[in-house]
Design a protein around this ligand. Structure first.
Ligand code: CP
Ligand code: NVA
Length: 308
């Protein structure tokens, strides 16, 4: 049984297989082809948090591949205590071939993997966002080709998006520098697990006083919201702390002209990124967002062990 829980579970060859499927399906989609390889298959999406891209990209991917998608919010699924989570997982698994989850706790996803009996995809948890990071690296490859030795600079919160990007970078031989305020960096425990799995990984954390020097050889500048879903009570405090980490035109000028700007979206314009950067010529955020659907197709085929 294949799952996508953490990118730490994947090998570079598996990532290349997912990307190969994604590339092929994207090409075919551009030609108007809709191979019905998932005909009769059902995806159940169970989300505890809001979503535009993740939910819609999986819906569209399933429909274009001939399958169906069913959405349940956490309350309707009964995850609020109506019955045991293990029972919910078993029941949903009995009606579907694959389950995509968006959760607060990582443990909920682990429980579904243990009890549902079907393929499970992590559609974001407080700790991880593997579908996003795979799409990001796929998009970077479209723009730059081989990523070996290329440098991505993540400016902002060392959150779920940053940590999954760090693993994706290691899987593709890319360098990642995280520029985050002192208490918001990637955790040491996580970095130790990453370097244990990928000893050649080059993931650095810039010191808060001099993080801007990391930009001089950046191929990509990446940012995400300062306040993630579930952290709303900290929004004001975070805005004050993250102010110096805003990606604006002065910050982008510290990077080469060829540098591209990426953001997983949704963006809080005027906070972590200014309009002129996100709407500017270096931004590839909508190519990145659109690729979520193509990657969802490649990933669904991979977890379901199908080919095109
Ligand atoms: N990037 C991303 O996961 O977007 P949604 O929260 O809209 O799904
Ligand atoms: N870090 C953000 C990503 C949203 C796609 C969050 O968890 O809310």
């Amino acid at each position: 049984m294949r799952h996508l829980n953490s990118l730490l579970d994947l090998t570079p060859i598996e990532v290349e297989t997912i990307f190969g499927l994604t590339r092929s399906l994207k090409e075919r989609s551009k030609r108007g082809e809709r191979p019905q390889v998932l005909s009769g298959h059902v995806l159940a999406q169970v989300f505890e948090k809001p979503s535009l891209r993740t939910r819609l990209s999986f819906d569209a991917a399933m429909m274009q591949l001939g399958g169906s998608s069913i959405f349940l919010n956490a309350k309707d699924a009964g995850l609020g205590g109506r019955e045991a989570v293990e029972d919910v997982a078993r029941v949903i698994g009995g009606y579907s071939d694959v389950i995509a989850l968006r959760t607060f706790s990582q443990k909920l996803i682990d429980t579904f993997i243990e009890y549902s009996g079907v393929a499970v995809i992590n559609g974001l948890s407080d700790e991880r966002h593997p579908c996003q990071a795979l799409t990001d690296v796929f998009t970077m490859q479209e723009v730059f080709g081989d990523l070996t030795g290329k440098k991505c600079v993540f400016v902002g919160d060392g959150n779920n998006v940053a940590s999954s990007l760090a693993i994706a970078a290691a899987l593709c031989g890319m360098h990642l520098t995280v520029c985050a305020p002192e208490d918001y960096r990637l955790e040491e425990k996580f970095l130790n697990a990453l370097t244990k799995k990928f000893p050649a990984a080059k993931v650095e954390q810039a010191s808060s006083g001099s993080f801007k020097s990391a930009l001089k050889d950046a191929a990509i500048v990446y940012t995400d919201v300062w306040t993630s879903m579930g952290q709303e009570a900290e929004a004001e405090e975070r805005q004050a702390i993250f102010g110096p980490y805003q990606v604006n035109s002065s910050l982008m000028k510290l990077a080469p002209k060829s540098c591209r700007f990426m953001h997983c979206l949704p963006a809080k314009r005027g906070l972590e990124v200014t309009d002129d950067v996100i709407d500017g010529s270096q931004s590839i955020v909508f190519q990145q967002a659109q690729n979520r659907m193509h990657l969802a197709k490649g990933l669904l085929l991979w977890v379901l062990e199908k080919s095109v």
